[in-house]
Design a protein around this ligand. Structure first.
Ligand code: C5P
Length: 291
């Protein structure tokens, strides 16, 4: 619920200072031993745009783990998707993290948390946090994590308006905007940090304080590329959310609520305006084996 973006680096990524927050909206991933690697998608979310070839992040995760563990067979990966595709909620990273955990178990590799985190970081900036869960501060590309102290849980309502936003396009829009303003004003990008007020709000479990401190540098470019999100955030706040924020590079919007009752009321109020909101809570654990 905090994302500060620094300068564009020579490797094409940006330095980040981010506070990752996990919520109880889960993907379910099953792996079955086969000779080859394949992935299939199921569940309530439209997955037509997802690639199922070797570029798919879950397949890349399984292959990377097989290579690291000296495994010469493959797996068929079945993903039951509940997170929107290209929604700014790291759904693809969650699938990759779950694939790593599941294959580690299937192949009896016992790679350990550190080993999986290292492999995860090579796959994508958000994969390590999907393994770890909870609430964490991310630096570097977002993959260098340290857990944040927190108390209690926080209540959110998620709204996923139609349309997709491509993460690199949103980062590019931010860079272009910064380039234009620095040319006009001479102001350059400073190194991002997660403000103390965010850490304190998490430590105290204080939703009001968090609402005042949360911020996303990618929000302005996301709103520019997808102007309908402005209306969603404004309506959410008018109908009772403490504050609303674009999640990651969007377009999912996360509306922070005072408590569970406020979140339930907000879902109802949004529905009366024809907008579907989903109540979620967190923090929760990262990818793990379930029966
Ligand atoms: O790590 P991930 O594969 O999710 O990143 C997708 C894209 O988002 C990257 O190719 C890059 O364009 C952008 N990105 C970035 N800086 C980061 C993370 C992502 O510029 N720290």
């Amino acid at each position: 619920m905090y994302l500060g973006v620094g300068a564009l680096r020579s490797d094409g990524f940006h330095d980040l200072a981010t506070a990752f927050f996990s919520v109880n909206l889960f993907e379910f991933v099953e792996v079955m031993p086969t000779d080859d690697f394949s992935v299939s998608f199921h569940g309530p979310v439209s997955t037509d745009d997802l690639t199922t070839d070797d570029d798919n992040l879950a397949i890349r995760a399984a292959k990377a783990l097989a290579k690291a563990g000296g495994i010469e067979t493959g797996v068929s990966i079945r993903v039951e998707k509940h997170l929107p595709v290209a929604g700014g909620m790291a759904g693809g990273s969650a699938d990759a993290a779950a694939t790593l955990v599941a294959c580690n178990e299937l192949w009896g590799l016992d790679l350990g948390r550190e080993g999986l985190l290292e492999l995860g970081a090579e796959l994508g900036a958000d994969v390590p946090f999907s393994l770890m869960g909870g609430i964490a501060i991310g630096t570097g590309r977002g993959d260098v994590l340290s857990p944040a102290l927190n108390r209690g849980s926080f209540e959110w309502v998620l709204v996923t308006p139609g349309g997709e936003l491509s993460t690199p396009v949103v980062f590019n829009e931010l860079d272009a905007h910064r380039w234009r303003t620095s040319r006009d004003t001479g102001i350059t990008v400073i190194e991002p940090i997660v403000p103390a007020q965010v850490l304190q709000a998490l430590r105290l479990g204080d939703a009001q304080m968090l609402a005042e401190a949360m911020h996303n540098d990618l929000q302005a470019p996301a709103l520019k590329l997808h102007p309908r999100l402005v209306g969603v955030l404004e309506l959410g706040e008018r109908l009772g959310a403490l504050s609303g924020l674009v999640s990651g590079s969007g377009p999912t919007c996360a509306l922070l609520c005072e408590d569970a009752d406020a979140a339930k009321q907000l879902v109802k109020a949004l529905a009366s305006h024809g907008i579907q909101g989903q109540r979620v809570t967190g923090p929760v654990s990262g990818a793990k084996v379930v029966e």
